[in-house]
Design a protein around this ligand. Structure first.
Ligand SMILES: *[C@@H]1O[C@H](CO)[C@@H](O)[C@H](O)[C@H]1NC(C)=O
Length: 564
């Protein structure tokens, strides 16, 4: 009991005393812990109920997205690049189809926040000329036909610097800032032949798990406009789900390449730590020691596009390319598939029946149809995932959030700012002010030297060791990405601890792929889960994602498809 509790080590003597000296000590402790657990579960029900009641303010708005009428909108990037390369499809045509679609859907979902459509059309025309020359004259030396993403429209998360575009990270104080030079990952994207159409919406300071800020406003979920798209790559996932884009680049420090694609029914891959170049991302993760938590990565509507885009993202890093060896064939017959249906924390929202059933469907397929070994995972420390993430985040001399949020010019005066924001007079969101207030109340730079704090950090290390040995030889862990579908716009505050499901894997530095499994029977919203492997085994999670997408169909459109 002591071993698996987060009780302050200074208090452990009480437990030991009861166990050894009090008659029926063991049983008494068991009863106390059961009662605590029941109490926590009841509190959770109450908080979820409270969030659902406030959610009534936002009327459900389904079936709002206009129908898809052009078949080009429904092809994978890989297929489209094959067509542009062989001259069957003009890059300009392709780019214009996606621009028109963005113009049609974006007013509803507010996903693309700044565009460069004119430049995109110009670039497409230039590619078309080069392609035509290269195809018609064998003497022309131009490697344009080798470009992996030739003429493919792409969008980029606003926090990643794209020349000429804003890079506010959702901060109002940066609203007039324009980027002078592409980030390295954007340079890689351009070199691949992809054509950037614009940048996509993010939360304020990328801080929260819904996408809303005072520069651009809120992004909305294409399946139900009253619900969130998730964060922080929320604009990216929403525009892909609404068929306004097929591939894009996002970033992830606690779930941002998994939560939005989960809520919007698309795919995302969080790379192993230290593989992708994050230079220039705004906000920066705050401290050198946190860099291992932050990654850039691919977001795609179709699973098979994840790998080619991932390869482009890391193209400048030969060491990473060699370590990951993404094209090395994967033999899943040797892998064990561990399933975890719930993390065991009573203070999180219980995993919905839709998600549970989705996990079981995948298991049935992998076990019965593919003949793979599937096992129920036992990971007792997993229930502390959110605490492990928060303590790890705080375990360095980084400036406090209250300082970061004003770009290190002083410190946010959180209470007055919160009151101002209640009356719509603040440049900051309420949620941001509340986060700073919580930080002031709970955390100070001395906190991390307390014994209970070190204990939680150690638990994270133990969890990492356990998973590392469990996931030897290309084995896989499959578990919920979050316990339930996208909440209403007002429903995020009291449920933020649910994000522990995703954020712990940033601490553990492991690769994770979010897999879309279509639409839930009951919720009528996208369902899916995450696939985890040992660090550097990215190719395994990607292979399983492709396999499942092929079997179950992956993304399902949020609207009618009317193609003649
Ligand atoms: C990742 O990089 C950080 C420095 O940013 C370093 O401390 C850490 O050891 C690296 N992790 C691995 C597994 O290489």
């Amino acid at each position: 009991m002591i071993k698996n509790s987060i009780l302050d080590p200074d208090m452990e003597w009480i437990i030991t005393m009861i166990e050894t000296h009090v008659p029926f000590g063991q049983s008494i402790l068991w009863i106390i812990s059961m009662m605590a657990s029941i109490y926590i579960r009841i509190s959770r029900c109450f908080l979820d109920g409270l969030m659902d009641i406030t959610g009534l303010y936002y009327w459900t708005k389904r079936n709002q997205i206009p129908p898809i009428t052009n078949p080009l909108l429904l092809k994978t990037a890989t297929e489209l690049a094959e067509k542009t390369r062989t001259g069957q499809l003009k890059c300009e045509t392709l780019v214009r189809v996606f621009i028109d679609r963005i113009k049609l859907v974006n007013p509803l979902i507010n996903a693309v926040v700044a565009d460069c459509f004119n430049d995109a059309i110009k670039e497409a025309k230039e590619y078309d000329q080069r392609i035509e020359r290269a195809l018609n004259d064998p003497l022309v030396k131009d490697d344009v036909l080798e470009l992996p993403l030739l003429g493919i429209p792409i969008t980029i998360k606003e926090c990643i610097p794209v020349k000429g575009m804003p890079n506010t990270g959702g901060l109002y104080s940066r609203k007039d800032f324009r980027v002078k030079e592409d980030a390295q990952v954007v340079k890689n994207i351009r070199k691949s032949g992809a054509i950037i159409l614009g940048v996509t919406n993010v939360p304020e300071f990328l801080l929260w798990w819904d996408t809303n800020n005072h520069v651009y406003g809120r992004a909305r979920n294409p399946y139900d406009l009253s619900r969130i798209t998730g964060g922080s790559s929320g604009g990216e996932a929403a525009i892909q789900a609404a068929a306004g884009a097929i591939i894009g680049v996002g970033s992830d420090i606690g779930g941002s390449l998994r939560i939005p694609p989960f809520f919007c029914g698309t795919f995302g891959h969080k790379p192993s730590s230290n593989m992708t170049n994050i230079e220039g991302n705004f906000p920066y993760c705050g401290h050198k020691s946190r860099e291992r938590l932050l990654v850039n990565g691919p977001l795609c509507r179709y699973a098979m596009d994840l790998k080619p885009l991932y390869k482009v993202i890391i193209a400048d890093n030969e060491k990473a390319m060699a370590q990951l060896d993404l094209d090395c064939p994967v033999d899943l017959k040797k892998s064990r598939f561990y399933f975890l249906y719930e993390d065991g924390d009573s203070f999180k929202t219980p995993v919905s029946s839709d998600i549970r059933e989705t996990l079981k469907r995948a298991r049935h397929f992998l076990e019965k149809d593919c003949g793979f070994t599937c096992i129920d995972a036992q990971i007792p420390l997993m229930k502390y995932n959110f605490l492990i993430f928060l303590t790890t985040l705080g375990d360095c001399d980084a400036p406090l959030l209250g300082e970061e949020i004003v770009e290190r010019r002083g410190r946010l005066n959180a209470w007055p700012e919160l009151i101002k924001s209640l009356f719509g007079r603040s440049k900051f969101r309420k949620i941001t002010c509340m986060n700073v207030i919580l930080e002031n109340a709970i955390y100070s730079p001395q906190t991390r030297h307390k014994r209970w704090y070190r204990k939680i950090i150690d638990m994270g290390k133990q969890l990492g060791e356990q998973l590392d040995s469990m996931l030897e030889d290309g084995s896989i862990l499959i578990m919920p990405c979050l316990p339930e579908k996208a909440p209403k716009h007002s429903g995020t505050f009291l449920r933020v601890n649910n994000c522990g499901y995703t954020s712990v894997f940033n601490v553990l530095e492991m690769p994770v792929t979010q897999v879309s499994m279509g639409i839930g029977h009951r919720s009528k919203m996208p369902v899916g889960f995450q696939i985890i492997a040992k660090r550097l085994n990215d190719r395994f999670t990607l292979a399983v994602a492709e396999l499942l997408a092929k079997e179950f169909g992956g993304w399902q459109p949020p609207c009618e498809v009317r193609i003649k």
